[in-house]
Design a protein around this ligand. Structure first.
Ligand SMILES: [Zn+2]
Length: 228
């Protein structure tokens, strides 16, 4: 219990409120966020609703409602607070991506257009391309929310560098080194999806590839650190 940090519970509760305000969830307990503490390996995550915890929207969430689990998913926080049903998706991504310390699983209205048609979200603009992992955004296989099948398919789509994956008929998962980055990646992804919908009404928009702005010496790693 001593490893649990109140400031990280507050940070996750704040991210839940922010994420609702930014329109990254349509309401109730749709979507969720989490944070991994690299020091202890504990994961702080939004909860599932229960008879004692009604969640009209994430706007009502406070630090005491945040669940804390270890990397195997064992509850180490308050016994009355249970993690979201999508816990496994968060854990699998943390297990496979040591660079990820925060996840925003959004139910945003524009990325959900691509999740609905289960097609990759194309990379059309240079800034978006770099901030979201320098590749198109793939769509994971359909399956029950929170299942290992969906979680592992998401891990596979993300690969080593991806920062966003679409979940078929569901939403998106965005990652970052910290919560600010994960939240910003989620907002950029919404913008990318909106832009792609409109751009494609004018004809098929050409997709960006690494070759478009990589000279012979540049590597994907160096591009991902490029500020534009
Ligand atoms: Zn969801």
């Amino acid at each position: 219990m001593t490893l649990i940090k109140d400031e990280l519970k507050e940070l996750v509760a704040q991210s839940g409120r922010d994420f609702y305000e930014k329109g990254l969830t349509w309401g109730r307990d749709a979507g969720d966020t989490s944070l991994r503490d690299p020091e202890t390996g504990l994961v702080y995550i939004l909860p599932m609703p229960s008879p004692s915890l009604k969640i009209p929207t994430w706007a009502s969430i406070t630090a005491k409602d945040v669940a804390v689990v270890d990397m195997e998913g064992r509850n180490v926080g308050s016994a009355e607070v249970h993690p979201t049903v999508e816990l496994l998706t968060h854990l699998r991504i943390y297990q496979h991506r040591p660079d990820a310390n925060a996840l925003v699983h959004s139910h945003g209205k524009w990325t959900r257009v691509f999740a609905a048609v289960r097609q990759p979200l194309p990379a059309l603009m240079m800034d978006q391309f770099l901030y979201t992992g320098a590749s198109l955004i793939s769509c994971a296989e359909i399956g029950p929310a929170g299942s290992d099948k969906v979680a592992m398919s998401a891990v596979e789509c993300l690969g080593e560098y991806g920062k966003v994956v679409l979940l078929a008929a569901h939403g998106a998962v965005c990652l970052g080194g910290d919560m600010n980055e994960a939240m910003s990646v989620a907002e950029i992804s919404e913008d990318m999806a909106r832009l792609a919908v409109f751009a494609n009404t004018l004809g098929v928009a050409p997709e960006i590839t690494l070759a478009d702005f990589m000279d012979k010496k540049a590597t994907r790693e160096s591009l991902l650190h490029l500020e534009i």
